[in-house]
Design a protein. Structure first.
Length: 682
């Protein structure tokens, strides 16, 4: 039996309420993951609810993995079997794999990434004659937003989102339809299509929605404040035959509206699901009391929110610090100096995080950290699976699995170089259109269409066909290694780069990719197929940490990231840098006269990452695009400083030194100055 006695009263109430709709309002650091996992374990072990009827949805693979590991720790592997713990998108892929033929696609569809998407948009814009240049990324972003609102190409013109006076919307009318037609021709979908098409499937075929609703009789959703309209529709479909829905979230941490998240989903939960029980988790297990007092004061200034006040048993006399800095460079120097002292006193660098509103603010810290040999890592840099050589290998694997994937096929036609130029490619594209066949089929059936390249084309198509069988008969790592050997991939890398260091780095990336396949086989056993491996790679979530980042290494590195990237993380010491007007709140929000509630929530998220020590900094002058600009402390904290929430320090001169250190510094400085003045060569 699973005991709930280790939970506090509110957590226990949430874990023990199983039937009907439940809203768990979980404040920052209030133990929501513990509550959810105990709730699931209680359902299985104490109430004998069938594991296969339980579905737990989260937003990131990391969160789903953590939940799974905790439940296994409570129930053991045997009793945990059958539970479905997934991200929204991985669930969507699982459903589409079985049902996508109803929407006119083949089961072996591909999932396109952003580079593939941009390629189709570029192609579409070439056919759109407007006498005007359009930014492909803006067009792609608009398509994504329309999909997340559930709007099809045919519905766009009549929707509230279409502006007849906006040239981009007229381009979008053409590109969106062209884009979707091309995706279907390639038997591919994009990341936004996963939920878009799953909801369409449930809408067009209610019997399918009913089937899954009857299968998953108990549904839990984590981070509910981050759901968008499509995810709400998906949840509604999955609960069409019952009302056993438990959602967990915190409206005070709703910071992803730019991704389409709709805070009204959590604010109006009881209207959408009548009779819902609301449980509020307010005891915080992360931060000391002065940090929570500051966080509460900041967020209580928002009007449209659920009433909750965080509290903790962890008392402290150390208030958060508010440091006034002289300039951008000075801010970085002082923070670096403090971190060096922390390290020299035996402190761990992994205990420290530097948070900022924009990635542009990271550069001065990178420079000073390099100069002072302070190890650091930046969350939000280039992802491992976005590196060129890794994408090349993934393209080969994708084409082996789905030869109709034209974009990936075009990527690897000359890897290594086969001399297949634009003219040759156009011949085969025309042949494919004439015969109504894919590009691969045209290459395979008519290699002699270009006699000068016939041998190379035959070799290429033979490799794809050969390795379709190899991957069916051999484990993933061996099959990938054999593929790279057959196409001389390492020699191809050597020819691409002049520097031995660059070649070594690229080779290491390839070896790590093979290692990731080995881990996939280790953890998935018989399910470690090429199809499942590709799905896992293509569903790498933006909020997940990289697989090539070692936790042991991170213990010896300062972590730098934006406020958005920090949600869900915690650190002993947090530096919130650049807490200024036009940064937090952001200048665009101020300029456009928008509601600043989300910017205040962003400030709240930053504050609640700190466990023991919080330092906020602002510069009196900051270099912006090469120009020194006067700055002012953020409106979110300017009044709080007067109320005694901070230990205020003006560190624009010698503020970061003790009086004794400042005196010594001045004496040394003037002594050095006098030496130079007395030196004839100076």
């Amino acid at each position: 039996m699973i005991s709930l006695s280790g939970l506090n009263d509110a957590q226990r109430q949430a874990a023990d309420t199983i039937e009907g709709p439940v809203l768990i309002l979980a404040g920052a650091g209030s133990g929501k993951t513990r509550t959810i996992t105990y709730r699931i374990a209680h359902m299985v072990d104490n109430l004998n609810i069938n594991q296969k009827s339980i579905l737990a949805l989260s937003f990131t693979n990391k969160a789903a993995k953590e939940m799974r590991e905790r439940i296994i720790g409570l129930l053991g592997k045997k009793k945990s079997r059958g539970l479905t713990m997934a991200t929204f998108h991985s669930l969507g892929v699982k459903i589409l794999k079985k049902q996508i033929t109803k929407l006119g696609y083949h089961k072996n569809f591909s999932i396109y990434d952003s580079a593939d998407q941009i390629s189709i948009v570029r192609e579409a814009l070439k056919h759109f004659k407007a006498g005007k240049e359009f930014d492909r990324k803006i067009i792609m972003s608009k398509i994504g937003k329309l999909k997340n609102q559930g709007i099809t190409p045919h519905d766009f013109a009549d929707s509230e989102y279409f502006d007849d006076e906006d040239p981009y919307d007229h381009a979008l009318l053409f590109v969106y339809e062209y884009y979707q037609e091309k995706l279907k021709f390639y038997n591919a979908i994009d990341f936004d299509d996963i939920l878009f098409m799953t909801v369409k499937l449930f809408t067009d075929f209610p019997e399918v929605a009913k089937e899954y609703s009857e299968q998953f009789k108990y549904i839990m959703v984590d981070e509910y404040q981050d759901t968008n309209s499509l995810q709400f529709d998906l949840i509604s479909a999955l609960t069409s035959t019952h009302d056993n829905l438990c959602v967990v979230g915190d409206d005070d941490q709703a910071i992803y509206s730019f991704r389409g998240a709709d805070i009204t989903n959590i604010l109006s939960f009881e209207r959408a699901f009548p009779g819902a029980k609301v449980v509020i988790l307010e005891e915080n297990y992360r931060s000391v009391s002065p940090i929570l007092e500051l966080a509460n004061k900041v967020i209580h200034q928002n009007v449209n929110r659920r009433d909750k006040t965080l509290w903790t048993r962890r008392q402290s006399n150390v208030k958060p610090y508010l440091w006034a800095m002289g300039s951008t460079e000075h801010e970085a120097e002082v923070v670096a100096d403090e971190i060096t002292k922390h390290q020299s006193n035996g402190g761990h660098l992994g205990d420290i995080a530097i948070l900022y509103r924009s990635n542009l603010q990271a550069q001065p810290f990178e420079e000073i950290f390099r100069m002072n040999q302070i190890p650091y890592t930046i969350i939000g840099g280039q992802k491992f699976y976005e590196k060129k050589e890794v994408k090349d290998i993934m393209a080969f694997l994708t084409v082996i699995y789905n030869p109709k994937d034209q974009l990936q096929l075009r990527r690897i036609l000359n890897i290594p170089n086969r001399g297949i130029g634009t003219r040759t490619l156009e011949k085969y594209l025309e042949k494919g259109e004439q015969e109504n066949i894919s590009l691969f089929e045209a290459l395979h059936q008519y290699p002699a269409l270009d006699p000068n390249r016939e041998k190379n084309i035959r070799e290429f198509t033979d490799i794809i066909k050969k390795f379709k069988e190899v991957f069916e008969l051999h484990p993933l790592p061996q099959a990938i290694s054999k593929l790279l050997e057959d196409i001389d991939f390492f020699k191809f890398i050597e020819r691409q780069y002049d520097s031995a260091k660059q070649v070594e780095r690229r080779r290491n990336d390839v070896m790590f990719f093979i290692e990731s396949a080995e881990r996939f086989v280790k953890y998935n056993g018989e399910k470690a197929t090429l199809k499942n491996f590709l799905e896992k790679l293509l569903l790498q979530d933006n909020q997940d940490t990289e697989e090539d980042e070692d936790d042991d290494v991170r213990k010896n590195e300062v972590t730098m990231m934006t406020f958005h990237s920090s949600k869900g993380l915690e650190f002993d010491t947090v530096y919130m840098v650049g807490v200024e007007e036009e940064s937090l709140p952001h200048k665009n929000t101020i300029k456009n006269g928008e509601d600043i509630s989300e910017e205040r929530r962003l400030c709240y998220v930053g504050i609640t990452r700190a466990q023991q020590k919080l330092i906020m900094t602002y510069a009196k002058e900051r270099k912006i695009y090469g120009k020194e600009t006067p700055r002012h402390v953020s409106r979110f904290i300017i009044d709080l400083d007067k109320e005694g929430f901070f230990t205020h320090q003006d560190r624009t001169t010698f503020g970061h030194m003790s009086e004794e250190e400042a005196d010594t510094y001045k004496k040394d400085f003037f002594a050095s100055l006098m030496d130079n003045l007395n030196d004839d060569t100076a």
